[in-house]
Write a protein that binds this ligand. Structure first.
Ligand code: DGJ
Length: 703
């Protein structure tokens, strides 16, 4: 390679600088836009490192693959071996294909019999997609343990943030100092998991929603994963993501390749909001991003659970029609012997016991009410007490004769087995062919234990099989939309966005918990992909009671819906639900295309978030009290994301009723006031005093 060989990829204020002048690809910089670079030489000089005592005699530049052979003592990007040999490769760059937005580098170690192809591509809004493929060019099988994407971080990173969680409490943020060692987030559940971070971030000190530099990586996959941030004893820091492979999961025969799941990298020079909005712009620009307005949805799970009967569900449909619901989703319990969660899973045939005339009468009723019909499936699971399991006990993921422990009384069907795959595909397809069903909610309620196919680890193939199955169903039924659910938010990730149209964000419909779950899931996934329902007054997962206005405003910032026995609503509640439904419909275009804005608070008792139209002429904000505030006079409500020198009219609106006031006199701006964007972000407006667990909706319009 010639000495001056480098490539500078740029998009929307983000730069990736690659030095191609040596034997291997060097990632010189990823982050802040660099100006025009004439020569790589001065860059190399500026980055040349001193040699420390106690280290190797030459500065260490291990490059993209961080091979041990190049002096790296941290974790290499590639781990594997050929019966104990070829475990320490040294790749030589042999070919580069490059254009303005991408670069593909092919490197080989002929002696180790390995070839890696790495592609860096700006895919929109400055988001960088990195895809790597390993090919076995040797003469014997190669056992692959790991192929990760590892990016160097600049020295100014000081903190990290990722998300952790559990059932009904997904995506809770954890912010830490980056210290020497590794901060690793591994998932071994065979699905992305409630505990999945979606993206891992490294930040400059004190970064907040509008300030600070942030780097993020997110694996575009729904199976096992590993994200980590590493600080080495030299002080160098790295951020990485890759598929977590189980032992022996990928053994490449001569000539075979492993295409690692891609990794999405993002960077912001202006805090979390910019990072989030880059993700949104990128995801929204993909051809498969849902285009039509997100229908107001009623899911009947928390209304009827397994108690299916036409009369009750028809009553629900009538009330839903009155409210203005556009999609009616029949959940678990319609098939086989599934009268409760102990039996029937896996038999995707309409139950003649509860549906003697099939689903036709209900679907007709729903259609006559002007709604689309959606249906629940959980195709990757079986109850031992089901026809399919009785006939094919060998169709589950397991090792030998050992049957894995049950979870929700179910086993995981091995859909890497073509017969089992075909069973699920055929039965689902038959139901979709028989009835007019435009939507399916696809659940996945058990994590994988000993996921073996004929004894070999099979998470990767199982994950690829569900992608294939979704794609096949969509190809056979044009217009079909799929909701990815996994006991709530157990399969929300950047891989599934390529195959599904909505995520069930969480089984928790408690509005207070949802404020946190939605806020942090929305770091990487836009609201139009995240189901958010108004649940029952008395939350089924926390026992809390919340006012309807709080539940309704919380549900507005997502793909809105209801999940509640609407036949029990009072006349007053119905009136509120109707105005809320009209408000959602009138404003969903803004809510689902605008920029996400969150405003930092000095008091943890409050959230302020909103959506600002791309042209900054309109915005809807929510001011949310999570608990009692510190001061008797609450802190001002500030707004970001607006044009400083534009004037805006701002007022409180109550499409779902007023919050519970707790004040002797109200601030008069609630009725309307005109201020500049600069004033709105600088001083804001005085907050009213309300009870904890309330929300106020504020509309802003440029004048
Ligand atoms: C778990 C899901 O998250 C719920 O919404 C519901 O579909 C149940 N499963 C049904 O069994």
């Amino acid at each position: 390679m010639p000495e001056q060989d480098f490539h500078h990829l740029r998009q929307d204020g983000v730069s990736l600088l690659l030095d191609l002048s040596g034997q291997t690809v060097q990632l010189m910089h990823y982050g802040k836009a660099l100006g025009q670079i004439e020569s790589i030489k001065d860059w190399q000089l500026s980055q040349q490192e001193p040699v420390a005592h106690g280290e190797l005699d030459e500065p260490i530049w291990p490059g993209l693959y961080r091979e041990n052979s190049r002096g790296n003592i941290g974790r290499p990007a590639l781990l594997g071996h050929r019966s104990g040999l070829d475990w320490s490769p040294k790749f030589l760059l042999i070919n580069v294909d490059k254009a303005e937005t991408f670069l593909t580098a092919v490197s080989q170690d002929a002696q180790a019999g390995l070839e890696i192809t790495s592609k860096f591509e700006f895919v929109g809004a400055g988001v960088l997609e990195i895809s790597q493929t390993l090919k076995n060019i040797g003469a014997a099988d190669y056992s692959l343990d790991d192929l990760s994407v590892i990016l160097p971080l600049p020295d100014q990173v000081s903190e990290s943030m990722d998300f952790a969680g559990r059932w009904v409490k997904e995506r809770q943020p954890q912010r830490r100092q980056i210290q020497p060692g590794m901060q690793v987030r591994e998932v071994r559940e065979g699905r992305s998991s409630h505990d999945y971070t979606i993206i891992q971030m490294a930040m400059t000190k004190g970064a907040n929603y509008q300030q600070g530099e942030i780097w993020s990586l997110g694996l575009m996959f729904s199976g096992n994963s590993r994200h980590f941030i590493e600080r080495q004893q030299s002080g160098r820091s790295f951020i990485a993501a890759g598929e977590l492979l189980l032992p022996g999961e990928v053994i490449l025969k001569p000539g075979e390749s492993y295409a690692a799941p891609s990794v999405a990298a993002s960077y912001s020079a202006n805090g979390f909001d910019e990072l989030t909005n880059r993700h949104y712009d990128w995801l929204r620009s993909r051809p498969n991003h849902p285009k039509r307005a997100r229908p107001l949805t009623l899911n009947v799970w928390e209304a009827v659970y397994f108690d299916h009967n036409l009369e009750k569900l028809s009553e629900l449909a009538d009330v839903a029609k009155e409210i203005g619901v556009e999609r009616f989703v029949l959940d678990d319990g319609w098939f086989g012997s599934r009268r409760n969660d102990t039996l029937g899973l896996g038999d995707w045939v309409v139950s003649s016991e509860v549906w003697p005339n099939g689903l036709g009468p209900l679907i007709e009723k729903v259609k006559s009410c002007g709604m689309e019909f959606g249906l629940w499936f959980e195709g990757e699971m079986v109850n031992p007490d089901s026809d399919v399991y009785r006939a094919h006990p060998d169709w589950i993921l397991k090792i030998g004769d050992r049957v894995p422990p049950l979870g929700r009384l179910q086993h995981v069907l091995d859909i890497t087995n073509p017969d089992a795959y075909q069973h699920v595909l055929n039965q689902t397809d038959a139901v979709l062919k028989q009835y007019e069903i435009s939507y399916i909610k696809w659940d996945h309620n058990k994590f994988l234990i000993e996921p073996g196919h004929q004894g070999k680890a099979a998470v990767r193939n199982q994950t690829l099989a569900i992608y294939r199955l979704f794609d096949e169903l969509k190809a056979r039924h044009p217009g079909l939309e799929i909701e990815s659910c996994s006991s709530g938010g157990g399969r929300v990730d950047l891989g599934m966005v390529g195959h599904a149209d909505r995520f069930w964000t969480s089984d928790c419909n408690d509005a207070l918990e949802r404020q946190y779950i939605q806020r942090y899931t929305q770091f990487a996934i836009p609201p139009e992909l995240l189901g958010s329902h108004i649940g029952p007054t008395h939350s089924h997962t926390t026992g809390r009671i919340h006012d309807l206005s709080f539940r309704a405003i919380t549900a507005l910032f997502g793909h809105a819906g209801l999940e509640w026995d609407l036949t029990e609503t009072t006349a007053e509640e119905l009136k509120v639900l109707k105005t809320w439904a009209s408000y959602y419909k009138a404003n969903r275009e803004l809510l689902h295309t605008g920029k996400m804005v969150r405003v930092d608070q000095q008091d943890d008792a409050v959230f302020v978030h909103g959506v600002v139209s791309k042209d900054k002429t309109r915005a809807i904000f929510a001011w949310v009290t999570l608990s009692g505030q510190a001061g008797s006079r609450p802190n001002a409500i500030r707004f970001e994301g607006l044009e400083n020198d534009k004037n805006y009219r701002l007022k409180a609106v109550y499409p779902a009723g007023e919050p519970r006031w707790q004040q002797r006199a109200a601030p008069s701006w609630l009725l309307g006031v005109t201020l500049s964007g600069a004033a709105l972000s600088g001083t804001g407006v005085r907050a009213p005093i309300v009870y904890p667990e309330q929300a106020l909706l504020i509309e802003i319009e440029a004048i």
